[in-house]
Ligand binder design. Structure first.
Ligand code: SAH
Length: 401
């Protein structure tokens, strides 16, 4: 077993059970990509077992803080069982959910989502990559499913020296490039393509917020809705389910909008599609909001769920301007008493900072509003005590004065 010795004073974070060892904390030692190493303090005390990643700024990611534990197939089976058992207790109103959320489930670099009877996994670190076959076998055995698709095409893999890899890892039809799959969320029927869609196919982290939005639309009697950054129209279906009668879905991806159209049809809103009450705009949201404003339009509710503008805190300033801009335009476009649901999924923008940005946007728009709810990611994307970095999605539901 290879040993990694930390610099003097760098043991604190592992002692607090935070799973990352940064490049600069290592005094000496090395190993192959993904190999299990013993991490020791400068004084030689055991701190953790972890996966070494020679190219990454996260030089080691801890698997376990228990010296007696062995990192083997049984270890992964036990961690996976624990993660899956947790989801069984959360009362998730869908047959699609995140089963493994990386560090928060003690499995750094591993993401596993379930969509009905399909599994979809991302191996995002050298350590997860090393145990890929063991993890695939254990997952299928524990859940009793035979089809597991791999979406290891997230850009972070490059930082680990790993290449893009996608395709069936277990079961499935070799060479299949798209999956025609339907999930049920809050009783709505939604199409998901785990091979071609974003991430593992769908934004599962917004599940509870789509439900809240449907409820607020109903409670407030919102009729016209603009769904900015709609992807496949999850919030558009929610709006219509909540009683809205006119929904514009705006996204810069044509396949996503085609998916949104299909999803509206699947949920019985065919007549609204045919009457033109549902629009699909293949456009940049910022541009669309400006044009809508210039055209004198207004909406009873607006959703803004943009992609990650700030992947790290270093991008926060430029991202802040982009967030402020779209939120200012949305505040102006909202009818008096209208509802804004606004999000940031940037790890580099804290909930506090996001609140300030949105408040600044309201001020610039010359309006005020009441915060009805503070929003976060769904419960199957947990944030743990020791790993606050896992908290990335934050949002506000605001009622314009
Ligand atoms: N709210 C969605 C998820 C949105 S993900 C849901 O509940 O499923 C962000 C979306 O923004 C993606 O679909 C992406 O195609 C789109 N997007 C990214 N940049 C954009 C831009 N400048 N204008 C419009 N859409 C954009």
């Amino acid at each position: 077993m290879k040993t990694i010795r930390l610099r003097d004073g760098k043991e604190r974070s592992l002692q607090r059970r935070h799973p990352w060892v940064f490049e600069g904390s290592v005094a000496r030692g090395g190993a192959d990509a993904g190999e299990t190493v013993r991490v020791e303090s400068h004084a030689g005390e055991f701190l953790a077992w972890g996966a070494f990643s020679p190219q990454s700024m996260f030089r080691v990611r801890a698997w376990s803080f228990v010296e007696a534990e062995r990192i083997d197939a049984a270890f992964f089976e036990s961690r996976l069982r624990r993660a899956i058992a947790l989801r069984g207790r959360l009362g998730i109103a869908s047959d699609a959910m995140r089963l493994v959320h990386g560090e928060a489930d003690g499995l750094p670099g591993l993401i596993v989502d379930r969509y009905g009877d399909l599994l979809c996994a991302q191996f995002l670190s050298a350590g997860a990559e090393r145990w890929r076959e063991v993890i695939a076998d254990a997952l299928c055995a524990i859940i009793g499913l035979g089809r597991l698709y791999e979406r290891s095409d997230a850009s972070v893999r490059a930082l680990e020296g790993l290449e893009v890899r996608t395709g069936w890892l277990r079961g499935g039809v070799a060479g299949e490039t798209s999956t025609d799959l339907v999930i049920t969320e809050h009783g709505w029927t939604l199409g998901v393509d785990i091979a071609q869609g974003h991430k593992t196919g769908y934004y599962l982290d917004q599940r509870e917020n789509r439900r809240r939005f449907a409820d607020l639309v109903r409670q407030l009697g919102c009729r016209s809705v603009l769904n900015g950054f709609s992807y496949t129209g999850g919030f558009s279906v929610a709006a219509l389910a909540g009683g809205a009668r006119q929904v514009v879905s705006v996204d810069s991806s044509a396949p996503a909008l085609a998916g949104a159209r299909d999803n509206l049809r699947r949920n019985g809103f065919e007549s609204l599609l045919n009457s033109g009450a549902c629009e699909f705009a293949d456009a940049d949201v910022n541009q669309y909001l400006r044009e809508a404003l210039a055209a004198g339009r207004s909406f009873d509710a607006i959703v803004l769920d943009p992609p990650k503008f700030a992947p790290t805190a270093a991008h926060a300033e430029r991202a802040a301007r982009a967030y402020k801009d779209i939120n200012r335009l949305a505040f102006k476009l909202l009818a008096p008493g209208g509802l804004l649901l606004t999000f940031s999924c940037s790890g580099g923008v804290s909930a506090d900072l996001f609140h300030k940005i949105v408040a600044g946007a309201a001020l610039d728009a010359g309006v005020d509003g009441a915060i009805l709810q503070r929003l976060e990611g769904a419960c199957d994307h947990p944030t743990t005590m020791v790993f606050p970095e896992g908290e990335y999605l934050k949002g506000l539901a605001i009622l314009k004065s």
